[in-house]
Design a protein around this ligand. Structure first.
Ligand SMILES: [Zn+2]
Length: 430
């Protein structure tokens, strides 16, 4: 059997020196200058940025149950388009991914897709009901090898259940990813609680609803000596709590979404439900604090919270609309705009926040590895000079609920490689 060879010629590896990268089969064979192209397909990178394949710790693929909004196949195609080689699929499917059977089904569908590895996340509690621990051990021991557990969409608000979950996953190095939202403080909430919500007369979602749960959970993690991950952190106050927890040596990690790095609650004045999301868009002050925290490492990673919804669930009045935005295909561009072009992060920093660190937190095998000889060829080539207007008609996702329609964003993924095989070529799905 002949293994295919690809030579990526003249790429800035992690934004640094210009190098050639030779891929042989599923592996990076050589990194250097003036490498031989003999027998290889050549890609002229012309100084584009070569990154390790991106890893998303927070994706909603909607299968099983809501295949009208996304399937594992369409979601992994969207992921590859956005430069991802691995995504962690959230458990709030129908049925809920709270058994070994369901997580194995999602895992198998990911393998069949061939576009992107899918690592299922297991529910913390049965049916996401917050009452009884799901079979965490059985999901970990299954073929899916679940290490991340989350009731995302719902908060594990019972402190005793949260404590037990943290204790349980500690035994096998797992992590609980918390959707931090105190449920009583957010009943009827429609947007961020503040000046704009008061003016619009919409039910407010106070920052303290997020911050109080994060404060409780870092203390619980410290108490039981376990690891906790905070999903989609959205307020300046949450940053302060995580910074304090890390300074105490508490094993906490945190993520921020691209939309919370760019958009504010001022957009809700349009009453366009495309801006309705959980947690809600916050204020300019929060956005700036989140960027700074991502830059200094207080926030460890960018995670998309890619949340596809069909047209009928979004194209309606604000109060009735579903919460969430698609994000896989625009994440890297938003990070370039908010973090790279502002001078807060260089491309090596982007590689850390969008590949190395999420792979480490989720224990993703073979992903988030250095771009060097002998490593799996999971790679993304990015043209940072590209400028384009976001057109949802171009999306590979089955859903179109993007807040960036008609906006100009920088950068484009030109090639993605999953174990040496091109999933994206010249900006198009292979
Ligand atoms: Zn969530």
């Amino acid at each position: 059997m002949t293994m295919s060879k690809t030579l990526i010629r003249g790429a800035k590896v992690l934004g640094g020196d210009v190098q050639d990268v030779l891929i042989d089969g599923g592996t990076i064979a050589e990194v250097g200058t003036g490498l031989s192209a003999e027998g290889a397909t050549v890609i002229e990178a012309d100084g584009q940025i070569l990154l390790p394949g991106l890893v998303d710790l927070h994706t909603h693929l909607r299968e099983p149950g809501r295949e009208d909004s996304e399937t594992v196949l369409t979601g992994t195609r969207a992921a590859a388009s956005g430069g991802y080689t691995a995504v962690f699929a959230m458990a709030n499917t129908h049925p809920v991914a709270d058994t070994a059977g369901v997580v194995e089904q999602v895992y198998r569908l990911g393998k069949e897709s061939g576009y992107c590895d899918v690592q299922p996340i297991g529910a913390v509690t049965v049916g996401l009901e917050g009452k009884k621990l799901a079979e965490l051990g059985a999901m970990h021991d299954s073929a899916a090898g679940v290490t991340v557990f989350s009731d995302d969409g719902k908060c594990v608000d019972d402190a005793v259940i949260m404590r037990r979950a943290l204790e349980y996953v500690k035994a096998f190095g797992g992590v609980v990813a918390q959707h931090a939202q105190e449920p009583r403080l957010t009943e009827g909430a429609q947007m961020n609680e503040g000046v704009v919500s008061a003016e619009l007369g919409l039910g407010g979602w106070p920052a303290v609803a997020e911050e109080s749960i994060i404060a409780r959970d870092v203390l619980l993690a410290e108490h039981v000596g376990s690891r906790v991950h905070i999903c989609h952190l959205s307020t300046a106050g949450s940053v302060e709590i995580v910074r304090w927890a890390k300074s105490r040596g508490i094993d906490v990690t945190a993520e921020v979404t691209p939309h919370h790095l760019l958009l504010t609650d001022e957009l809700v004045r349009s009453y366009n439900p495309v801006y309705k999301v959980n947690p809600p868009l916050r204020t300019e002050k929060d956005v700036l604090a989140l960027r700074e925290a991502l830059a200094d490492g207080t926030i460890d990673i960018v995670a998309t919270d890619h949340a596809p919804h069909p047209h009928e669930d979004k194209d309606c009045e604000w109060a009735a609309a579903a919460m969430g935005m698609v994000g896989l295909e625009t994440a890297l561009s938003v990070v370039q705009r908010t973090m790279v072009e502002t001078g807060l992060l260089d491309w090596a920093g982007v590689a850390d926040r969008m590949s190395f660190a999420p792979a480490r937190i989720g224990r993703a095998q073979g992903h988030g590895r250095p771009v060097s000889a002998g490593e799996p060829a999971n790679l993304t080539l990015v043209d940072p000079a590209y400028r384009g207007v976001v057109d949802p008609a171009d999306f590979a996702s089955r859903s179109r609920n993007t807040p960036y329609e008609g906006r100009e964003l920088p950068g484009r993924v030109t090639h993605t490689f999953l174990r040496g095989r091109a999933t994206v070529v010249d900006g198009k799905l292979a």
